[in-house]
Design a protein. Sequence first.
Length: 286
Amino acid sequence: RISNQGGNGVCVYQSEMNADALLRLELSHDLRQAAEQNELLIYYQPKINLINGNLIGAEALVRWQHPQHGMISPAEFIPLAEETGSIGRIGEWILRAACARNRQWQTEGYPPQSIAVNLSARQFNRELPKQVAQILRDTGLEAKYLELEITEGIAMSVDSSIDIMRQLRELGVKLAIDDFGTGFSSLTYLKQFPIQTLKIDQSFVKQLEHSLSDRAIVRSIIELGHHLELDIVAEGVETVEQKQMLEEYRCDTMQGYLFSRPVPADEYEKFLITPSPGSSNKRKTT
Ligand code: C2E
Ligand code: MG
Ligand code: MG
Ligand code: MG
């Protein structure tokens, strides 16, 4: 409602402007500087081998520590960054930071492992393979220690997506389909994607104990994935019962609060130095 009862029209308009819209405006402005101002943090969530309990790596998950608004979730600001075009810089910063951190852990003597980084739709373009190659060169990280996660939606919506995936594979980077089962990828596409990993969306895992149909879906994804020689990661594992069912269904890897929430890099290092049962992972004292 723009009042015309006199006074300063602009002021009236602003005061009645939806608070949400104002906040979005403020945040999209601040986002442009967020990386440069050191406001972005990367948290790491462990991924665990369901067969032997070993730590096999982590997913990098970005957070925004806003000076006034506190910690902001990527589910909120990544879409905003996409809409306003900041995603290019932010996405590149995240990739570089995760690769540099992973490389640093290796030079400090921690056992090498791969870190998965999420890509957003606008990052997944023809320039991406070149950008990734440059980041790997700059950070000195071997390509096999970087995994890129894209959703089915992203993989399906770009004409040249299979081409881009192939170029990334030629570099030696691993590829995963994230949130699998929630998109609309056809099996025809799935078999053409040069991917190594399927991540079962957490919405199916959540109801595993209580929903027959979710159980059927999870089992089918695992079986289908294995026939396509893919590794299967279950996301959002929160209970022992879910873990046991996933073990029974021969799922390869789990990720979820049951083992750990995403944690800051220094906290993640604790997982790296604790040798898992049956593994000979030891931190070298270099
Ligand atoms: P995602 O890639 O599917 O990541 C998994 C999300 O599930 C993360 O939320 C993680 O914290 C959460 N999660 C993990 N285990 C559990 C669990 O046991 N229970 C529950 N309830 N949740 C669990 P987060 O960190 O808030 O990220 C949300 C989404 O934002 C991500 O979903 C991803 O799509 C996007 N995102 C996060 N970081 C980045 C990034 O660096 N770049 C881009 N483009 N997107 C990102
Ligand atoms: Mg992900
Ligand atoms: Mg996911
Ligand atoms: Mg997601």
